[in-house]
Design a protein around this ligand. Structure first.
Ligand SMILES: Nc1ncnc2c1ncn2[C@@H]1O[C@H](COP(=O)(O)OP(=O)(O)OP(=O)(O)O)[C@@H](O)[C@H]1O
Ligand SMILES: [Mg+2]
Length: 666
């Protein structure tokens, strides 16, 4: 039985006549309000297919779907849209591709593809390809702030003019490839809805109620999308916590919370104050910390769960010792409390911190999984095969073309590609289309033309067969023909690495087939688009179930909860991060720490080192200023009370082997 809702939560669930904002601190049941409200709306007679809920990550979307399916029957929940903002955007783009002037099989460019395209454009327009990175960031910022290429040009200063020009070129070129980038998944639907009211009207009929979780992290363009879809009726519920806004760097605007009140004068605001997640000391620490930030909304948060354990602070001489101590402490703690590995999370500020913890956990035989590490989709072999698949469904996808044209080697040299690129660029067509033009014969040697045409004709032939026949048999056969396995053996550093990479290819193909079966009747193009989006979104959240310790960044931990949390690297220049200190962004760092602390249900342990290797040098470290902002009376500093680390490590090991023995005894 799920515990019943409190009166404020109930009010939020039942408020369906006016736009609603639920503003509340961590662990107060905001996400729960969203799931309960979906079930309530269905019970009130609104068909599930007319309800959409958006969350921040795929993981959250999956969890929400699972929670709703407990509250409503499968049939009732049919057609319900629960997804990320970007997946909703992709859905809109795919259905409305004609209205936007795209062909059906739209490719999605990831950051790497976008950089490749920007570099090409800069090369052909006398720009500096080394600037591609910073231009890419600028263009992304504009897209998130709902600044179109025209507006960027209109408001350009001498400094931003080159970026603004490139922005326009980029948009034209990427469209010629029938592709969009990640930010376009939101921007293009907004532009479409603004320019074609009849299309918008259809979507308003389709989505009659919208719910948004983690609202504080929406950016301007996402807010525009919310406003357009919900219209004047304001049929929406958004929930958020301004203290957990941690995506300023991606254009998130917590002032959107305030803007809502201005844009929707009938907005109803509900506050939730009871925290159901954490014990008293954890909550008090979080409250105390965040009180150092200025506040737009006043919030109080209390818990009935009793004071709970003291907040422990571990100190170590360096980062290696820190990782070992945390691993040993975790084993020891688990042994004493008899919990499971999945009850524990190790949270850190940056991905680079994970490596030593992984090693320490492995050494102790502790199962773990990392969200945010290099994922399956980051492997070269997976990107290669994905490149081929993208090309099969959309031959105009230049990024895919360039990725695979010489993998395996086809003797098509850089000079040939350079000329092909220049030609395609002049004609504003894709590389693939350029291959078939007669004009190309003037630019390239006959043999080179022949080689690339042979490649392109082969792609066309396979695409054709895949469409007509048994798609997956054709694809498997195609991959065999590629002789990609042999190529992997040639380029891998060892036999075992070649074999691992070959297994990844098999896994990808199996996955593809599984996805196609799950969504019966989906075309290959649709399945691949789905994989591409998973690729981009889940590069940071590979899903592994089972009894494992979670390792992740603070950003990735948003919305989640764990009985026991280790918040590691609590040092100046790490948390708060040094660039944030330089740029005076301490408030955002404090919110990150707040997010970290409020993930914990029963206990939180902080750790820091007195030295750390950075930039190849051992540097002295100071404990994070945020530790000083926590209630002193609740902190238990290890170096004052606890055992020496060596002894702790031994104790941890002993506890673990003892436990293993216990587990192995029949
Ligand atoms: N009325 C309630 N009674 C008991 N438990 C509740 C109640 N409401 C929520 N919970 C539980 O409290 C925990 C936190 O809820 P939830 O994740 O919805 O909070 P949240 O406000 O979304 O947190 P965050 O800000 O971290 O996203 C969950 O375990 C949830 O099941
Ligand atoms: Mg939540």
């Amino acid at each position: 039985m799920t515990p019943s809702l409190n009166p404020q939560q109930l009010a939020a669930v039942r408020a369906i006549d006016r736009p609603l904002l639920v503003i509340a601190g961590a662990g107060s049941g905001k996400t729960r309000v969203i799931t309960e409200k979906i079930a309530y709306l269905i019970r009130q007679g609104l068909p599930a297919r007319n309800i959409a809920a958006v969350t921040f990550t795929n993981k959250a979307a999956r969890e929400m779907k699972a929670r709703v399916s407990k509250l409503a029957s499968g049939n009732e929940a049919k057609g319900l849209r629960v997804s990320t903002f970007h997946a909703l955007g992709l859905d809109i783009l795919r259905r409305e591709h004609k209205a936007l002037g795209f062909k059906a099989a739209i490719s999605i460019f990831d950051e790497h593809d976008r950089l490749t395209l920007l570099k090409e454009l800069l090369k052909h327009n006398n720009g500096d390809p080394d600037m591609a990175d910073s231009f890419s960031r600028q263009i992304s910022t504009w897209k998130n702030l709902f600044v179109t290429p025209e507006k960027a040009m209109d408001t350009a200063t001498p400094e931003t003019l080159p970026a603004a020009q490139l922005y326009g070129d980029f948009m034209r070129q990427i469209k010629a490839y029938n592709a969009v980038d990640f930010d376009d998944l939101i921007l293009l639907p907004v532009l479409l809805f603004q320019s074609q009211p009849e299309v918008l009207e259809q979507w308003r009929n389709r989505i009659r109620y919208l719910l948004v979780d983690e609202y504080q992290d929406t950016n301007e363009t996402q807010y525009q999308l919310v406003k357009l879809i919900t219209g004047n009726l304001g049929k929406f519920t958004v929930v958020g916590d301004d203290d957990q806004s941690i995506y300023a760097w991606r254009g998130a605007q917590p002032q959107n919370l305030v803007q809502l009140q201005k844009d929707f004068p009938r907005l109803q605001v509900v506050k939730l104050e009871q925290n159901y997640r954490s014990t008293g000391r954890i909550l008090k620490a979080a409250n105390r910390l965040i009180a150092n930030n200025p506040h737009v909304f006043d919030k109080k948060l209390w818990s009935q769960l009793g004071p709970g354990d003291a907040l422990r602070v571990l100190k170590q001489k360096d980062e290696l010792a820190e990782a070992q101590q945390v691993a040993a402490d975790l084993v020891h703690h688990k042994f004493r409390h008899g919990g499971e590995f999945r009850d524990y999370a190790i949270l850190y500020r940056g991905n680079h911190q994970s490596r030593l913890f992984e090693r320490a956990l492995r050494e102790q035989g502790i199962p773990y999984f990392i969200s945010g590490g290099p994922s399956f989709f980051g492997y070269a072999e997976v990107k290669d095969i994905m490149g081929y698949l993208r090309l099969l469904v959309n031959p105009d996808d230049d990024a895919a073309f360039l990725r695979v044209i010489n993998v395996p080697r086809r003797e098509i040299g850089p000079a040939t590609l350079e000329k092909l690129g220049a030609y395609a660029n002049r004609r504003h067509i894709s590389l693939f289309a350029a291959c078939f033009e007669l004009g190309l014969e003037q630019e390239l040697q006959a043999q080179a033309v022949q080689r690339i045409r042979r490649f392109c004709e082969w792609i066309v032939d396979v695409a054709d067969r895949a469409q007509r026949g048994d798609t997956f048999a054709v694809i498997r056969n195609f991959v065999e023909q590629l002789r990609y396995d042999a190529w992997l053996e040639e380029v891998s550093t060892s036999q075992s690495s070649a074999e691992r990479r070959q297994r990844n290819v098999v896994e990808l193909l199996d996955w593809l087939e599984k996805l196609a079966q799950e969504d019966d009747g989906k075309t290959l193009a649709e399945v691949i688009a789905k994989l591409m989006l998973l690729d981009i979104l889940e590069r940071n959240e590979e899903e592994k179930t089972g009894d494992r310790v979670s390792l992740m960044t603070l950003h990735a931990a948003k919305g989640l909860e764990f009985p026991y949390v280790y918040l590691v690297g609590m040092e100046e220049n790490i948390l708060p991060h040094e660039t944030s200190i330089e740029q005076d962004m301490l408030e955002e760092e404090r919110r990150l720490a707040y997010v970290g602390i409020t993930r914990a249900q029963k206990a939180i342990t902080f750790s820091y080192c007195s030295q750390r290797k950075r930039y190849g040098e051992m540097l002295e470290c100071l404990p994070s200023r945020f530790l000083d902002e926590l209630p002193e009376e609740d902190l238990e500093w290890a170096d004052r009370k606890e055992l020496p680390p060596e002894e702790k490590l031994e104790r941890g090991k002993a506890a673990f082997s003892h436990m293993r023995n216990l587990l192995n005894t029949p």
